[in-house]
Design a protein around this ligand. Structure first.
Ligand code: ARG
Length: 466
């Protein structure tokens, strides 16, 4: 049997393999509610413009509501023979209404229909991600505020570099997530144009009102070029690109959690809720959630890559290649949402181990820069000379296997005779972090100020969202 939606010129039905490669219903059924909402907006516009009668439009709209209920109650039978969500819904509408159901597809094509449905899904998902990211930022800000003065080692090359504050480290992620949200919001602004009414590719001779459907679907305006409207997927690419960068950020913190929670570091305690045990080694507490957040960035970047490769070289306008836009994008954005939720839970429960952090902060000659700065400030030494003197003192301490502040004044003076007792005042980690008050620096007072600034921003947003 040939397809009842488009089989007019066909005498034979598709090969079984053809059906399998062609059908998208297994994944695009996710778009059922966007599809029905889009169809309702379309048919209301057709009636408003006198293109279909208001009785037909009303019956179609009610039929669509019934179909939505059937799907949501698990009473709808999806059929692969009907290829995709658009034709599954329309075919059911025909069962319910008879031939008048066929009026819905006037002045429209599956090309503008799928472009609209998918845009609506991506747009709404971006809004959810943005709100989730705000919650994650809030979790980081609260930790930052609580632990503004807790010292820990700051690393470069994963080697102890200088002492920093735990709060400062938390706020670094708040900044990254802030930019991630900026990218999500930018992408959303650009994608919020309605392709509905572009029809197959060239527009339509029916007197439709694309501004009306755009407005009822919450779009800012209709797309201005019908060829572009049906054939670009840059909105999905931008979403996946923003998602990839965000997932990369989450993955970096996930990696830090894995390192920090190891027995070798013991910087933090992850809650039981986000750890697992080992079936053979009773002592283990594994940071599985963090590891999965670290790993899932792979499939998210993979989805971005896959869609870029699908789209490159496609001539205008629609080609069936573009049906491959959805499956991985769904997967990527949903997994990002899961990662953000898991990360939010982990951050909320995160307990810094202050004693270990402080001990580690003081090891590895982390206050060597403070010593060099003291030489510059107190002895008016050029920084390069100070760096050299400090290097000699560090070597001396390494040789004796002691911390910098354990060197005696006499030992220090044997390298630089003008050094005074006052030098010991800068060698503690607390003094070190407290001295770093330059804008954006790690001092606890800076951290409190920045945390307050973010708190205000996030609370204002929260209030606006309610
Ligand atoms: N399932 C198709 C997709 O996802 C819908 C559009 C089909 N259009 C067409 N001309 N065959 O892209």
């Amino acid at each position: 049997m040939s397809n009842k939606m488009w089989g007019g010129r066909f005498s034979e039905g598709p090969d079984a393999i053809m059906e399998e490669i062609n059908a998208s219903i297994d994944f695009d059924k996710k778009l059922y509610s966007q599809d029905i909402t889009g169809s309702k907006a379309h048919v209301a516009m057709l009636a408003h413009q006198g293109i279909v009668s208001s009785q037909d439009a009303q019956a179609i709209s009610e039929g669509l509501t019934k179909i939505q209920e059937e799907i949501e109650h698990g009473e709808f039978t999806f059929s692969r023979a009907l290829e995709d969500i658009h034709m599954n819904v329309e075919s059911r509408l025909a069962d319910l209404l008879g031939p008048s159901a066929g009026r819905l597809h006037t002045a429209r094509s599956r090309n503008d229909q799928v472009a609209t449905d998918f845009r609506l899904w991506v747009r709404d998902t971006m809004d959810t991600l943005d709100a989730q990211l705000a919650d994650l930022q809030m979790a980081f800000v609260e930790k930052a505020n609580e632990h503004a003065g807790v010292v820990m080692p700051g690393f470069t090359h994963l080697q102890s570099a200088q002492p920093v504050t735990f709060g400062h480290h938390m706020l670094a992620y708040v900044e990254m997530l802030g930019r991630d949200r900026g990218r999500v919001q930018d992408a959303r602004r650009r994608m919020n144009e309605s392709p509905l009414g572009c029809a197959a590719l060239a527009g339509t001779s029916f007197p439709i009102d694309r501004h009306m459907t755009a407005e009822s679907l919450g779009f800012d305006r209709p797309t201005a070029n019908s060829l572009d409207g049906v054939s670009d997927r840059d909105f999905a690419l931008e979403a996946l690109s923003a998602a990839s960068i965000c997932a990369m950020h989450l993955s970096r913190f996930a990696e830090e959690l894995v390192i920090w929670s190891s027995a070798q570091f013991r910087f933090v305690q992850l809650s039981d809720k986000f750890s697992t045990g080992s079936s053979i080694m009773p002592q283990k507490r594994n940071p599985d959630a963090a590891e999965l957040v670290r790993a899932k960035v792979g499939r998210i970047i993979g989805a971005l890559n896959a869609l870029l490769i699908v789209m490159k070289g496609l001539p205008l306008t629609y080609s069936k290649d573009m049906q491959e836009d959805k499956e991985q994008a769904f997967d990527a954005l949903q997994n990002l949402s899961l990662c953000i939720a898991a990360m939010t839970g982990m951050v909320k429960d995160l307990e810094p181990n202050k004693k270990e952090l402080k001990k580690a902060a003081g090891s590895g000659y982390s206050t060597a820069t403070d010593l060099a700065d003291w030489l510059v400030r107190s002895l008016d030494m050029p920084f390069r000379n100070a760096h050299h003197v400090t290097g000699t003192l560090v070597a001396m301490a390494v040789e004796r296997n002691i911390e910098l502040h354990k060197l005696t004044l006499e030992e220090m003076q044997s390298v630089e005779p003008s050094i005074t007792e006052d030098i010991f005042s800068v060698l503690s980690v607390d003094k070190s972090v407290r001295s770093r008050v330059s804008y954006g620096g790690t001092a606890p007072q800076n951290v409190r100020k920045q945390a307050k600034r973010w708190l205000k921003i996030l609370e204002r947003e929260q209030a606006a969202r309610q």
